[in-house]
Structures are given as C-alpha cells and as structure tokens.
Design a protein around this ligand. Structure first.
Ligand SMILES: Nc1ncnc2c1ncn2[C@@H]1O[C@H](COP(=O)(O)OP(=O)(O)OP(=O)(O)O)[C@@H](O)[C@H]1O
Ligand SMILES: CC(=O)N[C@H]1[C@@H]2OC[C@@H](O2)[C@@H](O)[C@@H]1O[C@H](C)C(=O)O
Length: 364
C-alpha cells in the first residue's frame, strides 16, 4: 500500500445485536473520505445466533469461544469474497466480552485467517492497544464520524448517535482540523439501545426485534420503571465510558410485570432517555443529531428522541450517508489509518492516556 495515498479499503462490522455481518468499501487516505463503494450484508442464521449468544461474556480459551470465532471468520470470508478492488481489509470481529478496566476486551475472529483465505492484508484487533494504554477500547467510530462531518461540510457542532445493540454518541466540532485536536471530539457509549429490547422481543414474542416499533407503539412508557432505570450510576458518570452488550440486562427485571406492549414501550423509552442523559455531557448543544444504526429505523424510538432533545434529530441518510453501513465504513477508515501510522483514538474518545493507533496488520 502506498503511504498517504487514497486507497480502497473494505471494512466489516459484526455488531452487538448479533444480526449479521456488514461490509463496505471506502476510498480514503486515512484522513479524508474520497468515495463510498460497494456494500454487502450476511445474516447469521438462528443457529449461528444461538452459538454466538452462548459465547457472550466469555474470554479466549473458554467453552464455545473457538466455535464462535470459527463461525465469525467463516461468515466474513464468505461475504468478503464477493468484493473486488480492495487493497486492505478492516476486520472488527464480534465482541463477546468487554471489561476494559478488568479483563480487557474480546473480539472473536482471527484476522490472520482472513488474510490467508482472502489474499489481502487485514487490520484487526482494533481495541486491545487502547485498553492496554488505559482507554475504554470503545467507541472507535468517532474518528470516522469526524471525517464524515468534514465530508458533509458541517460548520457547527453536531453529534452522530449510533443506535445499535448498545448506543454511542460522538460530539464533533467540525471547525477543528484534526480529530485528535483539543476540543474536536467527545465520544462515549450512551447506554443500552436495541440489545435488551431485542432480548425482550425474543423472550416474550419469539421475534428478533420490535419491527418499526409496532409493539411499542401500542403501549405506554411506565414512569416508575423508567425512573429506576435512570437511577443507574452509569448516566451521571463523566465520559469517556463504554459498555458491554449485557451491562444493562437487569432492565428486563424492571419490566417483568408489564404487558408486552408496555414493556416494549418502556424499554424503547429507556433507550431514548439514556441518550437524553448523554446530552448533558456534551460541551455544547449540537446543531443537529444524526442517527445511525438500526434504531433509526424504529419510528417510536426516533419520535421519543425528537420529543426529548432540543435540536433536530435525523437519520444520517438526511446528509447522504448510509446508516446501515457507517460502522463497516468506519473500520475500513481505521484500517487505512493504522496502515499509515495515524492514531485511531485519543483521550476524549476512549479516555486513553495518549494518542493510540490500535490494531495489528496480518498478511501485509
Ligand atoms: N425496522 C426496524 N424497526 C425497529 N428496529 C429495527 C429496525 N431495523 C433494525 N432495527 C433494530 O436495529 C438492530 C440492528 O442495529 P445495528 O445493525 O445498528 O446493530 P449492531 O451494529 O449489531 O450493533 P452495535 O452498533 O451495538 O455494534 C436490530 O437488532 C433491531 O433491534
Ligand atoms: C466493545 C464494543 O464492541 N463496543 C461497540 C458496541 O456497539 C456500539 C457501542 O458498543 C460502541 O462502543 C462499539 O462499537 C462501535 C462500532 C465503536 O467502537 O464505535
């Protein structure tokens, strides 16, 4: 790869909602976005999801982890074979466990195996170096969000909000030149987004998620349960901060006695309320919030956000971005940054002590 020149990279994300693998091509020099390219998706089947779910919270060497890694590698190889023209792959893997102040962070999947199978260099293990330097290891998309803010020509502070399994927010001052500059970024996980709601839908209805918020739309948010949820010490904690997928699984106990519809409405309200709590940590009110991730497709969640935030809230499609693929594109972007020796996180995105470029490149 030619240092400092724009190349096509292929990024992937196997997210915390365990639905499947996203892949997307991005042309970048690791600083600016030059072009967006081909995208693809491969869903995990029900058996695959059960295998991954059983491995959640586990660490390398524990039961079921090797099988999960093999599944993740196989799904990626099958999906990525269809792409042409990439010079480098950014492989996030599947987070199984995340405990940055304790045991570390664990993404299943070996990038060296992908490099061998696909015949391309693979950047992977993006989070460990950050954790080793005292960081949260997440979120890592913020440097890419900064590049997106430049790409859309933003000239006043804005926020990207990802509503995946877990939620995360990136506040950006786009008048700064570089993401690592003082005051350019503030990022952290907001709280649970879709993961516990999906778990509720699976338990109560045997469905993977509340499509279009249809069930929540027929229920009421129960204030007592919402208040108990908001008592969690995570919300007032000063960022940087990050979450494991199941950090808030106790939420299901708070809605146990409620009807299916009220439970879904209340859990949707909890995801939205977590974002409202997050806004108090932002250095200034953003001019707009751009929403990415599956939650932007839930009209009930979006309506609750619009009602609770003091600025316009739109899906990222409003500015020409693809909210299904932003995270996969982020790992294409971060792969090129690593190949060019550029940092991928900084004290205001992960709390890391110094600028750090996470990741290993295999098969170079
Ligand atoms: N039409 C829809 N209506 C309601 N919810 C939806 C819809 N489409 C997607 N979702 C929700 O979004 C989730 C998927 O979001 P996404 O793909 O952003 O998550 P992820 O990338 O796995 O998570 P993370 O960003 O935490 O790693 C689904 O599991 C579902 O809960
Ligand atoms: C440890 C881990 O995999 N965290 C994910 C998860 O999913 C959303 C949120 O929690 C975010 O912190 C992160 O992913 C995105 C891609 C990130 O690193 O920016």
């Amino acid at each position: 790869m030619r240092q400092g020149q724009a190349v096509w990279a292929l990024g992937t994300m196997s997210g915390t909602s365990l639905d499947g693998v996203d892949a997307a091509m991005l042309k970048t020099d690791g600083q600016a976005i030059f072009d967006f390219g081909q995208t693809g998706y491969r869903a995990y089947g029900a058996e695959d999801q059960a295998l991954l779910r059983a491995a959640l919270g586990k660490w390398p060497g524990e039961d079921g982890v090797a099988e999960a890694a093999e599944l993740v590698e196989g799904a990626h190889i099958a999906l990525l074979r269809d792409f042409v023209g990439a010079e480098l792959i950014g492989f996030h893997g599947q987070t199984l466990a995340h405990d940055p102040k304790g045991r570390g962070t664990h993404q299943a999947g070996d990038g060296a195996k992908l490099a061998e199978a696909l015949g391309l260099p693979v950047a992977w293990d993006f989070r460990s170096a950050d954790v080793e330097l005292g960081g949260e290891g997440a979120p890592l998309a913020p440097f890419f969000h900064f590049a997106c803010a430049k790409w859309i020509g933003a000239d006043e502070p804005l926020a990207f909000l990802n509503l995946g399994g877990v939620g995360n927010i990136t506040w950006i001052d786009p008048t700064k030149e570089r993401p690592e500059q003082d005051g350019a970024l503030l990022a952290f996980d907001t709280g649970p987004a879709n993961a516990p709601l999906n778990d509720l839908m699976q338990q109560r209805r045997g469905e993977p998620f509340d499509k279009d918020g249809a069930l929540a739309a027929t229920g009421e948010v129960v204030a007592g349960a919402l208040e108990l949820f908001l008592d969690d010490p995570y919300f007032p904690k000063i960022p940087p901060k990050s979450l494991d997928r199941d950090a808030f699984s106790d939420m299901l106990d708070l809605v146990r006695e409620l009807s299916d519809a009220d439970a879904a409405a209340t859990m949707t309200g909890m995801a939205a309320a977590a974002v409202m709590q997050a806004m108090v940590h932002c250095p200034a009110l953003p001019a707009r919030v751009l929403v990415t991730g599956g939650g932007r497709l839930n009209p009930v969640m979006m309506e609750m956000l619009r009602a609770g935030l003091d600025c316009p809230v739109d899906p990222v499609e409003a500015v020409g971005l693809n909210g299904d693929m932003l995270e996969a594109q982020a790992f294409a972007y971060l792969a090129v940054r690593i190949a060019n020796g550029l940092p991928t996180s900084c004290p205001t995105t992960t709390g890391v002590r110094a600028l750090v470029g996470g990741g290993t490149i295999s098969g170079a």
